[in-house]
Design a protein around this ligand. Structure first.
Ligand code: SF4
Length: 396
């Protein structure tokens, strides 16, 4: 298979009705060790031929087994590892093929006559007889894509791109570069989708995730030593999504309870204490040893945001503080102990669709919101991108 998000892959997935059914069946057919071989080869840098030549089913199962595992931690070194290995596998296949029809990007072959002869002569350097046939092949405009599709994938703009009649004309290499961007976007979307299903996934995926973590720790050892993992760490307010920033600034009366008690409380507590919860049943006492993080770092932020509301939330409704503890999983109380954790549910941040339905005024998406379905994953993604950037800056 050339593209796990392409036409052939979609046809195969359709046979199962939905992605949940496909993920249910994979553990029956694919041993965990086999699934991990799709990333383990990175150690030796050579992709085994049996992986490159796997039949479509095996290939798609292997790929989705790893994606399912990433649902347990969507933005981390495990994701980078799986992306890097699979991007190389599919790129190798794509470079070997002459047929790009199966790719997920909407390209079409170009006929000789649809580009004026003069333009072709200049762009493809047809008068330069010294150019070898291989190099000539590389500069030939072979495919076209609608300009709007091209621009939505290629945020780098139109530099070095031949445009005509609302289409971008591309060489084989430009198609491959575009496909890489499309793969990365689709990959991220798929991981975010599976994140929603993580509580329903068989243990098989958690086992793969744990093994992936070991491989990723080894593979990214130098970077991990420098920048650490996306685990509990002081809150980075500048990386919060727009809805959380709005809630922090204080909101009018009709929105206060939702913005402060439901959204901010859940978001801040998970972001600070357990950004990558192993499941949605996790309790605060599973993650921290005393309440000081809540009392010193989380509650003051919630209370300040409540005070910025109009009218101020906790002056108006002093008992709302008990509701905050309730949403943190300590039951309806104002003086909890760590042991009370688990008396109620530790509410997980609502998904964007719920926020939009319940409090549309809070959702003012920015460009990063395109990739995610939950404010917490927005934050995880930004933390991940930031740590990647900082890692690059430190030269590792
Ligand atoms: S899309 Fe989601 S993360 Fe972005 S502002 Fe809306 S609710 Fe928040």
């Amino acid at each position: 298979m050339l593209d796990p998000f392409g036409k052939r892959a979609r046809e195969l997935l359709e046979e199962f009705g939905n992605i949940n059914n496909f993920l249910e069946i994979i553990p029956t057919y694919l041993d965990i060790n086999l699934a991990l071989e799709r990333v383990a080869w990175l150690k030796n840098t050579i992709i085994p031929e049996y992986i490159l030549n796997a039949n479509d089913w095996k290939d798609l199962m292997g790929f989705y087994a790893l994606l399912g595992a990433l649902a347990f931690s969507p933005y981390g070194f495990e994701m980078e590892l799986v992306k890097e290995a699979n991007l190389k596998i599919y790129l190798t296949r794509i470079e070997r093929t002459k047929n790009f029809e199966e790719l997920s990007i909407p390209i079409e072959p170009v006929t000789e006559n649809e580009i004026p002869k003069r333009d072709r002569t200049i762009i493809e350097k047809r008068l330069h007889s010294e150019i070898s046939p291989e190099d000539r092949e590389k500069i030939a405009l072979k495919y076209k894509i609608k300009l709007k599709d091209f621009l939505s994938l290629n945020e780098g703009g139109l530099k070095n791109i031949y445009i005509r009649n609302g289409c971008a004309y591309l060489t084989k290499n430009q198609v491959i570069e575009l496909w890489k961007k499309s793969f990365e976007k689709n990959f991220e979307r798929a991981v975010n989708l599976l994140y929603e299903l993580k509580d329903e996934l068989p243990q098989y995926y958690l086992q793969i995730y744990n093994r992936l973590s070991e491989i990723a720790r080894e593979h990214f050892k130098k970077r991990l030593d420098v920048i650490g993992r996306t685990s509990a760490q002081p809150l980075r307010f500048e990386l919060f999504p727009p809805c959380i920033k709005i809630a922090l600034r204080g909101v009018p009366s009709g929105l206060r309870n939702y913005a402060i008690t439901v959204l901010l409380t859940s978001f801040l507590s998970y972001a600070r204490i357990c950004p990558n919860p192993p499941s949605k049943n996790v309790r605060i006492k599973d993650c921290i040893k005393d309440l000081s993080i809540i009392e010193k770092e989380i509650l003051p932020v919630i209370i300040e945001a409540g005070n910025r509301c109009s009218p101020p939330l906790f002056e108006d409704q002093p008992n709302e503080i008990k509701n905050i503890w309730y949403h943190l999983g300590f039951g309806y109380t104002s003086k909890p102990t760590l042991e009370d954790s688990g008396s109620s549910t530790w509410y997980f941040p609502p998904n964007c669709s719920k926020i939009r339905a319940n409090a549309p005024q809070l959702c003012k998406p920015d460009r990063d919101c395109r990739y995610i379905k939950n404010p917490l994953t927005y934050y995880l993604r930004k933390l991940h991108l930031k740590s990647k950037k900082e890692g690059r800056r430190s030269g590792r």
